[in-house]
Design a protein around this ligand. Sequence first.
Ligand code: HEM
Length: 162
Amino acid sequence: AVELNPALQLLDWLLGTWESDEPGTGGFPTIKPFRYKESLHFSHVGQPVINFMFNAFHAETKKPLHRECGFIRLQPGTNRVAFVIAQNSGLVEIEEGELKGQQLSLQTHALARISFAKEPHVQQITRVFQLLPDGRLEQTVFMATDNQPLMQHLHITYHRSS
Ligand code: HEM
């Protein structure tokens, strides 16, 4: 195995594959509440960059739904983190934020979308990844759209599967 780049030491707890244990819960004022499953995969090839893939599925039918992939960097010598993200909905995004212990808090720093993206358009995303004391990982996502202020869209916990 390739050795982890020392620049990523503070994020080593994220690496590997995670599967939702309980189905995640989704909602928003404008949509019907829903449940979903998701796998997260964080890997590296020795660069000071983490590669990630997030794949979500319908909780009952297992139909593939939302997918994201991208790259994570830590600004050397700081706790500043940047995510470069592409989503299958036609959204590309940079989220930046801070690493505090084993909690990552991020918010949209730049956002663009394909010209024919579905409406309403997302205007802002904030999310938190947190390693829980029992070793599970938790992700909470808030978003604002053209017609709704920042509200929770997703909450889910994962266990490490490899
Ligand atoms: C709806 C954005 C992740 C499932 C929506 C809507 C937006 C959105 C803008 C429409 C809201 C409205 O009509 O007012 C996002 C963003 C995500 C994300 C930016 C990631 C940061 C996910 C994930 C799932 C999911 C991981 C898991 C399956 C749904 C469902 C709906 C929805 C089921 C309602 C039906 C639909 O519009 O397709 N999302 N979403 N989303 N989202 Fe997400």
